[in-house]
Design a protein around this ligand. Structure first.
Ligand SMILES: [Zn+2]
Length: 310
């Protein structure tokens, strides 16, 4: 290690926790830490914590003889990456927070702001399960479902910072009510929380999606039915994704992807049944786990540096 050992400060801010790291230009993490978001304190306090943690990480880098060169922050919700503004977030409470400027000023470093799932997709496409694929759709399935379309190492943001909301593709008209207010959205049927909720409704017992997967694998008829419903709807959503994006690789991440072959095997079959002239994408599990968002924030910081030096 030398004084010229450059790192970027990276933060992935979620509704409950922040994953934070110092990351080298080659994508290796040299230090990581986690902090509580404590979103109930309100957005101003959360912003204060983000800036304090980022400053602390830059200080840690210097204390270790490294040089912090940029900062990247990923947040949930609607993010205007071009302006560096956290426009809106249900679970952290952001409303038009100019986080990029705030972080850049506090740290005295170039800063980047990104969307958490798009950042995760960027990391999976460049460093993880989708590396070398060129055209990647990253789909995170947890309490909700969101996606990132990454082409040649860059994630599309959309005109309003809201690209990739695949969880709100209509797959079951008149189906279960979605958090967005409509009925029949993909995430109202196939998210981990929707699977647990559906099984609980039918059985009367509170259950997680992981338990439904286990019970379905053991052949319990109700669990098989609920699991299959979720897989079919997910295949509908992915077939729409493939019609729109024609990717070579679909990377599935988030809690539900932990189900492994119990998800991937039936999903691959169901997706194949739905594709006509479209080419079937490779369907793979994410590589980077819950660190993808933080690594993606680091990549955004590095991309900002590269742009500035051009
Ligand atoms: Zn919806």
């Amino acid at each position: 290690m030398s004084a010229g050992d450059e790192v970027v400060v990276a933060l992935d801010v979620g509704g409950t926790g922040m994953k934070c790291a110092l990351v080298r230009p080659d994508g290796t993490t040299v230090h990581s830490e986690r902090h509580a978001t404590a979103a109930q304190r309100g957005p101003e306090a959360v912003v204060g914590t983000i800036l304090d943690v980022a400053e602390g990480l830059a200080g840690k880098a210097r204390a270790d003889g490294r040089t912090p060169v940029a900062c990247g922050i990923a947040v949930p919700g609607v993010v205007d990456e071009a302006r560096g503004v956290a426009v809106w977030s249900a679970n952290v409470g952001f409303r038009d927070v100019p986080l990029r400027e705030l972080a850049g000023t506090r740290l005295g470093l170039p800063a980047a702001l990104g969307h958490d799932v798009r950042a995760g997709g960027l990391a999976e496409a460049r460093l993880g399960a989708g590396r070398d694929a060129g055209h990647v759709l990253f789909v995170a399935i947890g309490t909700g479902i969101a996606a990132a379309h990454v082409v040649d190492g860059s994630a599309a943001t959309g005109a309003h910072g809201a690209a990739g909301e695949i969880g709100h593709i209509l797959v079951r008209p008149g189906g279960p009510r979605c958090g967005c207010g409509r009925t029949g959205c993909l995430e109202a049927v196939s998210s981990a929380s929707a699977i647990g909720r559906r099984y609980a409704e039918l059985s009367g017992a509170p259950t997680t999606a992981a338990e439904v997967a286990d019970r379905a694998a053991a052949g319990e008829p109700l669990a098989v039915e609920v699991w299959q419903e979720a897989v079919e709807a997910l295949a509908d959503g992915l077939a729409t994704g493939q019609a729109l994006y024609d990717v070579s690789t679909v990377v599935l991440g988030g809690g539900l992807a932990q189900a492994g072959p119990r998800l991937f095997d039936p999903l691959r079959t169901a997706l194949r049944e739905r594709l006509t002239f479209h080419r079937e994408p490779r369907l793979v599990a994410a590589d980077l786990g819950d660190e993808a968002g933080c690594l993606g924030a680091a990549l955004l910081a590095l991309d900002t540096l590269a742009k500035e030096s051009r």
